[in-house]
Design a protein around this ligand. Structure first.
Ligand SMILES: NCC(=O)N[C@@H](Cc1c[nH]cn1)C(=O)O
Ligand code: ZN
Ligand code: ZN
Length: 492
């Protein structure tokens, strides 16, 4: 058991307002500079889905490293190997940035994880503004990566800058793990974590991640995320695309096969039809059910925000549970399909259906992969198609859950109270932070999620944004979190 006595840091013996008020003032006074820095970061098209843009990931990682070095940190770009592209070519993955600052053995060590890659974005997808040009409208800062995850990563750096520029002792030792491949499953980071478990991670007391959003206008602490497996179902038929007038009706069409396969995965209620998929889902306990009751979630507002007439469930608790604690399957696209405007009359020779399956405690991605593959093979066999079927799975990220009684959650609650004047909502998250479970399992350190994004930020959507309020108050939250963490009596 590590002891971190509260008297170890001079600032922690003072009333919190004496320490924090000048820091909050610094943040308010420098907010335009902080927003300008976010503008520079959003301008970097660091889309990890497109390997031709990985140079942009190197660029944003360098910008992050420079900022850390300017504040006195030491940085290392850790090699995480290569990735095989679909054409068989191997390409070097962008490195992971590991950073640390001078260590005081009397202070707890906090490791901050974040990512600086983004989902794809094009103006023609329906954005109202250029996705790579941060645009402020009515207090909202629109741009790809504004909330997922460049804004929060910058907010951590700005929190550190605030202590340094205000000549106040930073009350915790800080380490950073910043990656550029999160949006495609954090390839290589699990292995790096194992390799550095006895070195970089050995003196870490807490790991914190801010890569998700609140569920209402109230601030939140997150104690769980879903896992994910991404599937590619490929059907290849004739050696060339064919004229549908000439061959239609006489050949087994790959597109028909793929649509039948995709259609076999779930029904209109959202129920996944893959046999066995619900078998290991953790049962709902009374204690957990109670947590859902108190959460503020406005169904009608959310319907308006995303433009839907109804949800698959009709009450708050069931909607949130279906997003957070039950598995879901989403179909994302069909590669090789004719998706351009016009009315081409061609039978595509090869198509790839893409879907992902979000997993919850106690599901295991390896078991899910086997269940999905067996199901698809069985359905395909019934089609009696002479075409070739291949099913591939990627990502394989496990779900993550934390204990809300862990000390960093106590520090998180206090920090929220100081900055926002309310108790945080205790929430889970439907999306996946691929490395979260791994950090917890491999390093044995406690992981916590401390989101600053708003419930209507639109991660992965058109018009993604973070509000200036959340970006700036979020920076204060991180400043207060450092302080509250340093006040914890001991590492339990
Ligand atoms: N902000 C977290 C996030 O968006 N994570 C991605 C990670 C992922 C899962 N499968 C591929 N990437 C998400 O889609 O949940
Ligand atoms: Zn993210
Ligand atoms: Zn994301």
């Amino acid at each position: 058991m590590l002891l971190h006595l509260s008297s170890s840091s001079s600032s922690t013996s003072l009333p919190s307002s004496t320490v924090l008020d000048p820091l909050f003032l610094y943040i308010d006074e420098h907010q335009n500079e902080f927003v300008q820095r976010l503008r520079e970061w959003v301008a970097v098209k660091s889309d990890s889905n497109d390997h031709t843009l990985w140079g942009e990931i190197h660029k944003i990682l360098n910008m992050t490293a420079n900022r850390i070095q300017e504040m006195g940190g030491q940085v290392e770009f850790a090699d995480i190997g290569t990735q095989k592209l679909s054409n068989g070519e191997s390409v070097a993955l962008p490195p992971v940035l590991l950073a640390q600052f001078e260590r005081d053995p009397n202070k707890p060590t906090l490791c901050i994880y974040g990512h600086v890659d983004v989902q794809p974005a094009k103006k023609e997808d329906g954005w109202s503004t250029d996705p790579y040009s941060l645009t402020e409208i009515n207090g909202n800062l629109y741009g790809r990566g504004a909330t997922d995850n460049k804004g929060p990563v910058l907010a951590w750096l700005h929190a550190l800058e605030t202590y340094k520029a205000s000549k106040q002792e930073v009350p915790v030792n800080l380490k950073f793990v910043i990656e550029g491949m999160e949006e495609v499953g954090s390839d290589g980071l699990d292995e790096l974590t194992r390799q550095r478990n006895e070195s970089f991670f050995s003196d870490v007391d807490y790991i914190v991640i801010s890569d998700n959003v609140w569920v209402s206008k109230r601030p939140a602490l997150t104690y769980g995320t879903r896992g994910s497996s991404y599937f590619f179902v490929e059907v290849e038929g004739p050696k060339l695309d064919l004229h549908s007038g000439v061959f239609g009706g006489s050949v087994h069409e790959p597109m028909t096969d793929v649509i039948t396969l995709l259609g076999s995965l779930l029904d209109h209620t959202g129920k996944i039809l893959v046999p066995g998929i619900y078998e290991s889902v953790a049962p709902l306990t009374e204690e957990e059910r109670k947590l859902y009751k108190d959460i503020h979630f406005d169904m009608e507002e959310m319907k308006n925000n995303i433009g839907v007439k109804s949800f698959l469930q009709d009450n708050k608790e069931e909607i949130l549970m279906s997003r957070w604690r039950y598995p879901s399957l989403s179909i994302h696209g069909i590669e090789g399909a004719f998706s351009d405007p016009g009315s081409k009359t061609v039978i595509p020779r090869r198509v790839i259906g893409k879907f992902s399956l979000r997993q919850v405690p106690n599901m295991d991605p390896a078991v899910v992969e086997r269940q999905v593959k067996e199901h698809l093979q069985e359905v395909f066999a019934k089609q009696k198609s002479p075409n070739n079927l291949k099913v591939m799975a990627t990502v394989g990220a496990k779900p993550w859950v934390a204990n809300l009684n862990n000390p960093e959650y106590i520090a998180g609650r206090k920090a929220v109270k100081v900055v926002f004047g309310v108790e945080p909502e205790l929430i889970r998250e439907g999306s996946t932070i691929p490395i979260a479970n791994n950090f917890q399992e491999v390093t044995g350190k406690r992981v916590m999620m401390l989101p600053i994004g708003g419930h209507d930020d639109g991660e992965h959507s058109q018009n993604e944004k973070i509000s200036r309020y959340n970006f700036i108050q979020g920076t204060k939250l991180f400043v207060a979190f450092f302080y509250e963490l340093s006040k914890l009596q001991k590492d339990q």
